[in-house]
Design a binder for this molecule. Structure first.
Ligand code: PLP
Ligand code: ZN
Length: 384
């Protein structure tokens, strides 16, 4: 074994305050069914020394290995994840605020930010002895799971809703994974997956195991390194579906604050489609958890999550950051996708286009002030 230096010490449930040994495979909290989150021994780590030492490490998310859960570096299944580019959107012109930046996770293996969660969760599942992995997916998570499963030599089954583009199924199969097409949305596909697989496989569904969030939190670490504590964005506009991205961003910034490396966190702004906006609705209504969305209908498959699991954690992340949310019509999302390509040369996934679609409404509704330094999180690559 090559020790990674991981400072993981326990899993905790924020809902019922139980704690668990992290060295066995675990799904949701055995006591109450909510999400378990990884907790690290941060007190034993000199934040400033650690942060300075990162300069000498290769790019990519595994540079943060002390704050990731894998104990044996030999268990890591990596595809050479780069640190993804962050840059100012410009040149400044009409309609483009001077304080607008983008971070482009389309540069990751398989073309989306889902690679972050999967490289970490698949590696940790391998370390803990998982023999078979499964998850429901709208597409990108399944493609990433299939790729990292291949890299780790663990069989993978992906449950895709029936409406998902057949090309997505082909991409998943291309990595040697099995595909089951079932159900109208990811909710039904997930229920069927658990019915069929629970006895033989390990469930990597969004927020039902602790470690995809750990991969996602490296979005916050990279942003902090790329912008620096003084020039951190004031707000991050993020396309929300299952919510791991928001939970991960929040957790990452909180850990950096606990290490004394940041004084403040950016405000997290959730963007959804008007055709499926349970998180935005709950933020508006001030409820502790989301209400199921009855008819999920949107052009953005990754945003079609009618009942996100452990939504308390998602809402908590947005609220703790003093953030907010907004829903945009599908027509604006599609138009924003074209606009990003024509105006900036960025061909992004339809979910990511929602961030750009949201900017005018965020300004006019006052959720975002025009003088706030704003980062659009572009979660995936388009076909262009
Ligand atoms: C490109 C893209 N962006 C955003 C999301 C939403 O992800 P989450 O809310 O789980 O972070 C997805 C999920 O499928 C996606 O594929
Ligand atoms: Zn619990």
């Amino acid at each position: 074994m090559t020790a990674s230096g991981s400072r993981l010490r326990r899993l905790i449930c924020r809902a019922c305050c139980s704690e668990f040994d992290p060295n066995e495979l675990r799904g949701p909290c055995p006591s109450c069914g909510h999400t378990l989150l990884a907790d690290y021994d941060l007190k034993g780590l000199d934040g400033r020394v650690w942060w300075r030492g990162l300069r000498d490490r290769p790019p990519g998310l595994w540079r943060y290995r002390e704050l990731l859960p894998v104990a044996d570096s030999g268990a890591i299944a990596t595809l050479g994840e780069p640190t993804t580019p962050a840059f100012r959107l410009g040149p400044p012109s009409e309609g483009v605020r001077s304080g607008l930046w983008a971070k482009d996770d389309g540069a990751l293996p398989t073309g989306s930010f889902k690679a972050r969660g999967m490289t970490v969760a698949v590696s940790r599942a391998r370390e803990l002895g998982a023999q078979r992995l499964f998850a429901p997916s709208a597409g990108n998570a399944g493609i990433a799971l299939a790729a990292y499963g291949a890299r780790a030599a663990i069989p993978v089954v992906v449950y895709l809703p029936e409406r998902v583009d057949p090309r997505t199924a082909e991409r998943v199969r291309g990595y040697g994974a099995e595909v089951v097409r079932t159900g109208a949305t990811i909710r039904e596909a997930g229920a069927e997956a658990r019915r069929r697989e629970a006895a033989r496989g390990f469930d990597l569904s969004t927020l039902r195991e602790p470690y995809r969030v750990e991969g996602k939190k490296t979005m916050a670490f990279e942003i902090a390194e790329q912008f620096g504590p003084e020039a951190l964005p004031d707000a991050i506009v993020y396309p929300a579906g299952g919510g791991t991205g928001l939970v991960g961003l929040h957790k990452g910034f909180e850990e950096l604050r606990a290490l004394g490396l940041l004084e403040r966190s950016p405000r997290l702004i959730a963007v959804q489609s008007e055709g499926c906006a349970p998180i935005v609705e709950a933020l508006r209504e001030g409820t502790p958890r989301v209400r199921d969305w009855s008819e999920a209908r949107t052009v953005a498959p990754g945003l079609a999550v009618p009942s996100p699991f452990s939504s308390e954690r998602i809402l908590e992340a947005v609220r703790a950051s003093r953030g907010g949310g907004i829903a945009v019509p599908d027509s604006a999302i599609v138009a924003a996708g074209h606009d990003l390509a024509r105006r900036f040369g960025l061909a992004v996934a339809i979910e990511a286009a929602a961030t750009w679609a949201a900017v005018p409404a965020l300004h006019s509704s006052g959720v975002l002030r025009e003088d706030e330094r704003t980062l659009l999180y572009l979660t995936g690559r388009g076909d262009g």
